[in-house]
Design a protein. Structure first.
Length: 294
């Protein structure tokens, strides 16, 4: 694990439909050419800046780390707290990648999707064959746990979807956050973060559900990138069964599923983080070695 981290650099670009999108980058060695791009897609209601933890946790020499604010999140434009259709989400990711490739052409690219970011990272990979040296899905949100399906907020959200689909009424804090993470420092930071959402709308959840359906009903089989899926066995937010199902759907030969017995949903934020990051780093380093070896 790296012992220091530079201040984040915030960048902006205008998407092809006119919305200004924001992303953060972190780099340790400004003097040398980058050796890899490690790109991160954030979880539900969150934003790019906290994912500095990925740069701190991984130790790939010479890598440039970057995280995107989805539109409507963090510093990006668009209606706050809203998600666009899946096609637009994937287009935003493609345009973000193109921006980064201008500064670091022809370097290996790894994409990490955490929780909600997982399906979108996978959909990007399915649409862009050969684009990624590796795809890493951290507790990908492909199947809600039974506990979340039966949560009182979830049951109420069904009615709200019909009555007021764009009213922020689905809570992300409280008992849901407590179930997601057993790390008190993360829970407190998440609660006090002014750029993080406390609630999302039923329409927001519906957009995620549509993206998951697109992935699981055919597009997962088109992914040709080496793929690593990691999840905690004690995850009560998204079911580990979802990761197991997604793993089976992948047709790529180079795929790996790692379930951490003591891990909760927030694998990279909790006490499991050093072990998880070491595992991801080793996996990435192995694929970089293969690439360099020809």
């Amino acid at each position: 694990m790296t012992s220091h981290i530079p201040t984040a650099t915030v960048h902006r670009f205008t998407s092809t439909d006119g919305v200004e999108l924001s992303y953060c980058t972190w780099r340790f060695d400004e003097a040398s050419d980058p050796t890899a791009l490690v790109l991160v897609l954030h979880g539900i209601g969150y934003h790019a800046a906290p994912y500095v933890i990925v740069a701190e946790g991984l130790g790939l020499p010479g890598a440039v780390y970057s995280a995107l604010d989805f539109r409507g999140h963090g510093g990006s434009g668009g209606p706050k707290g809203a998600l666009p259709p899946t096609e637009r989400m994937v287009s935003d990711i493609e345009e973000w990648v193109d921006q980064l490739k201008k500064e670091a052409p022809a370097v290996p690219i790894f994409m990490i999707g955490e929780s909600m970011g997982g399906p979108y990272a996978a959909l990007y990979a399915s649409k862009n064959p050969g684009a990624l040296t590796g795809l890493v899905l951290v507790a990908p949100a492909v199947l809600s746990s039974l506990r979340q399906v039966l949560h009182v907020d979830t049951l109420r959200a069904v009615g709200r979807l019909l009555r007021s689909p764009r009213s922020p009424s689905f809570g992300l804090l409280g008992s849901r956050l407590a179930a997601a993470s057993k790390e008190s420092s993360f829970v407190l930071a998440r609660i006090e973060d002014p750029s993080a959402m406390q609630k999302v709308t039923a329409a927001y959840l519906m957009r995620i559900g549509i993206a998951i359906a697109e992935l699981m009903l055919g597009k997962a089989g088109r992914i040709d990138s080496p793929t690593l899926i990691v999840q905690g066995e004690r995850d009560t937010i998204v079911s580990p069964l979802g990761s197991r199902l997604l793993y089976k759907m992948l047709n790529v030969a180079d795929k790996k599923l790692a379930i951490f017995p003591d891990g909760f949903h927030t694998l990279i934020w909790d006490s499991t983080a050093p072990e998880v990051f070491a595992f991801i780093e080793g996996w990435m380093s192995e694929r970089l070695g293969r690439r360099q070896g020809g």
